[in-house]
Design a protein around this ligand. Sequence first.
Ligand code: PAF
Length: 510
Amino acid sequence: MKKVIIKKTEEIENWRRNINSEINFIPTMGNLHNGHVKLISTAKNENSNVNLVSIFINPLQFDNKLDLENYPKTIDNDIKISFSNGADAIFIPSNEDIYPPNNKNIKFLKAPIDLSSKLCGLSRIGHFDGVCTVVYRLLNLIKPKNLYLGEKDWQQLLILKNLVLTKKLNVAIKSIPTQRDFDGIPLSSRNLNLSKNERKLIRFFSSELLEAKKNFQQDKKINLNQIIKRLSAKKISIEYLEHLHPHTLQKARLEDNISLLAGAIRCGETRLIDHVFLMKRRPIIAIDGPAGSGKSTVTKLIAKKLKLLYLDTGAMYRALSWLIIKESIDYKKEKKLQNILKEISIVFKSNANSHQDVYVNNYCVTEEIRSQKISSIVSKISSIKEVRKFLVEEQRKIGESGGLVAEGRDIGTTVFPHAELKIFLTASIDERAKRRKSDKNSKDSQEIDIHTLKELIKKRDFEDSNREISPLTKANDAIEIITDGYTINEVVDKIIDLYNDKIPKETEIK
Ligand code: PAF
């Protein structure tokens, strides 16, 4: 594809009409650094869409004329950097192109007060209104499929996510972690203005935040006053330093697994921001739903794509059933059951094919627990109160440090009620019966007619939802996905998008 530079609004509209492929859009204000390079190259490597970078210093984002005048302008270098890192086209509009005088169609937007009135919004009056206005204008001109933004400006990212949601824009926001320089300070166009001493101070500020993140992993505590004291001792002028919920920007609560520690300092004329995410454990995804909804296939694929542990709770009930059969235990006798629960150890291990094996007391049972014999007793075993209690405890132990995706019927409600993302995966009875009928591995496909299959599924749903112990229920905060008409990959991608929306990419960095 021929690389192009586009300057006028009419030209970009024309170009857009003639592009047959989807677009990745990377908006910038120029003076590109390695943070922008990462945005452009990530977009390039993620898909085969056309990559469009815009360079526009938006006057509405500056409440200070001098600041706007002093903003570094490095257009020739920006063009070189963009094209050599994966841009297919660059849009460099003028002020008149973005804000044509007398054009009544230009909407000047207001950012939501709850997100924009704090942190940077306290000192940069009108800044986020300006960001919303320009990005909305650019999105309407470009109509991209994906919008790439840096997590460095976390508050801006939240406000733009909110814009996309409230304006019902058909664009997916993809974020990349804050990129740091060799000495730990976040890359920013404003770093150019720093003197040697100012750079030393900001390095101290960033290292305090990174240290707080490291300490939090150990003791799950944060002491803001101590950090403020240490910064003040270095005569660093703090504009704000806050510990917040990462999405609402309200004060962090004790139960928040992921929280945001964000600060802004002034060094001479320059104002710099930095943040880290504090995490008690790695994230957990809970996937519940009825039989035949596609849960297992979807969960396995998500685990693989997101490099999370796949916690197959069903396999744990099967593993216990296997031991009960092997040792001919009369599980209806309380004492006997207690003994076997004391004796059993169930462990998941990755095998050479990157699949997961299940071990009972160090013996690999992956194949054996799928036998018909186990299938015929597992539902009885799993409805015993003591068994349920014991295995829920075991599942929680496995989930203590997070980093897993678990599937079952009571994951979001009972096992991991604080999971970051809860999905209730379901499909209509017609669809589930159709799937079972066309499943070549299932005996049902040959032996049972579709009408009987539907009746069996209805009965199983009723039993699962009405049993006394851990019934199948949708957690209040679960997102329901009805999979009728969607391919497995479409469902997986949808869940991964939801995950990426909730979990900052930065949390993946140690
Ligand atoms: O983050 C920026 O550089 C700007 O705020 C943006 C998103 C390009 C809008 O002008």
